[in-house]
Ligand binder design. Structure first.
Ligand code: AMP
Length: 454
């Protein structure tokens, strides 16, 4: 049996893994750790939940510790780029956990928090910087970070970085790095654009892959309920109260397509006496952290999220993923339902599909090569609809903000720069499930995007 010790990893790393009760390496770790320790480039197809972070963090820490160097001011030896703040925090935490018996330093860099603190952390030089691209470039431009000494570069969730329009930032960053370096490239999916990016940045990479993203779907018990858009609030309340068919809802992650949609769901649940928190790009970093902490601690069992904010959420024990609105990009569905069934556990995914979302469902079934089981509306559904409508009528009016057009929620670029065109891989990308595509913009103005993702 392969063990972590059998890779020849530093004893301090093996000890830290024992503290975390990791007995056996996962498939992506078995494939990646030896070549990365030998200094090879890696092109990996793996999504979160596979143990991917340790697959690159462990051999990186090993290499950095094996070749100690004096820290240079404002410099770093390893750079990990990831698309969202949550993912950055999580990756950095993994480096800190695994490296706790080593004398290496790790710093995070992301937008939405004051820059001076990050500048101070970098001023004495660090071993590993984990960053979103936008803020990283801000720091480089201010002279607070020097990338000329980077020995190892990791691009994590490359497909998501491309989707978020980070391609120009990525190009600029890679241009600032030494040519002579080790590059580790990970992506959940490998469409052509990603393959081209990998080909540009990698030298003779070792290709590693765990099950393609689409087959994650096999581990999750999936169902779809066909329901009118207007009646989704009642259905959600019923499902959350009653568990659906898969046992009690211990911890549910509810996905909406837009930030304002997420707020609306939280408000409606609140009116119905179900506590829920939202996590999305309009929330400040402390708000996101609070919501996530409450969800992790179990004090709030319903977290309503948009795709981008949910990226990288690693909470064990998510019993249900509810697709309150179906994503127009089928890969997002696979990512969403992958939030349950983490590290081998199984979970239940329920999708609410309105009439105009049926094409999205067909795309999902095509990608996953699976038919999603159709469930009938619950027996007490009509009564629940009437009750939900009554509650809504009695509730205080929704804040005006909710009714702004939020179609471009996921397509919004971080403020301040032309970050390239929307990838536009789906012509329906601009159509809301509510079919409000005809409404004029508005999300672009005064939308209060607080803090850049990158
Ligand atoms: P990741 O794919 O990096 O997001 O990891 C998914 C989850 O699996 C995280 O909670 C890790 O802490 C956990 N994990 C990673 N590797 C192992 C392992 N070898 N044994 C047990 N759990 C692991």
């Amino acid at each position: 049996m392969t063990t972590f010790a059998s890779f020849g990893l530093a004893e301090q790393l093996v000890r830290a893994l024992a503290d975390k009760n990791y007995d056996t390496p996962t498939p992506i770790q078995i494939q990646s750790i030896p070549p990365v320790m030998e200094g090879h480039d890696i092109c990996g197809i793996a999504q979160t939940g596979t143990g991917k972070t340790a697959a690159f963090a462990l051999p990186m820490l090993h290499r950095l510790a094996a070749t100690p160097k004096v820290r240079l001011k404002y410099a770093t030896r390893a750079l990990v780029l990831a698309p969202t703040r949550e993912l950055v925090s999580q990756i950095a935490q993994s480096f800190t956990d695994y490296g706790k018996y080593l004398k290496l330093s790790v710093t995070t860099v992301f937008g939405g928090v004051p820059i001076p603190r990050q500048e101070r952390a970098l001023s004495h030089g660090v071993d590993v910087v984990v960053a979103t691209p936008g803020r990283l470039l801000d720091l480089v431009e201010r002279g607070s970070l020097d990338l000329r000494n980077v020995e190892i570069l990791v691009l994590d969730e490359a497909d998501q970085m491309l989707d978020l329009g980070f391609i120009h930032d990525l190009r600029r960053i890679v241009g600032l790095l030494p040519r002579q370096r080790q590059t580790l490239f990970f992506s959940a999916t490998m469409p052509k654009a990603i393959e081209e990016l990998a080909a540009r940045y990698l030298t003779n990479p070792v290709k590693v892959a765990v099950k393609p993203a689409a087959t994650t779907a096999e581990r999750v018990d999936q169902a779809v309920i066909h329901v009118n858009q207007a009646e989704k609030p009642a259905l959600l309340q019923l499902v959350l109260k009653d568990a659906g068919k898969g046992g009690p809802v211990e911890r549910a992650l509810v996905f909406t397509r837009t930030k304002h949609g997420a707020d609306r769901v939280v408000r409606q649940l609140g009116n119905a006496g179900i506590a829920a928190e939202a996590i999305h790009g309009n929330k400040s970093q402390p708000q996101r952290e609070r919501a996530l902490a409450a969800f992790k601690a179990g004090t709030c069992r319903v977290l309503v999220a948009t795709d981008i904010a949910a990226r990288g959420i690693d909470v064990s024990g998510v019993s249900h993923v509810i697709n309150y609105e179906l994503p127009n990009v089928p890969e997002s569905y696979v990512h969403r339902i992958g939030r349950t069934a983490r590290a081998g556990a199984s979970g239940q995914a329920i999708a609410f599909c309105a009439e105009d979302e049926r094409p999205f469902l067909r795309d999902i079934e095509k990608l996953t090569r699976q038919k999603v089981t159709v469930l009938a509306l619950p027996a007490d559904f009509r009564a629940a609809v009437v009750a939900a409508q009554k509650i809504e009528r009695a509730a205080p009016p929704a804040p005006r903000e909710e009714f702004r057009d939020d179609r471009r929620d996921h397509a919004r670029r971080p403020a301040g720069a032309n970050r390239g065109a929307r990838p536009g891989r789906d012509p329906r990308a601009q159509v809301t499930p509510q079919g409000r595509s005809g409404r004029a913009g508005g999300a672009g103005g005064g939308g209060g995007y607080r803090g850049r993702q990158g």
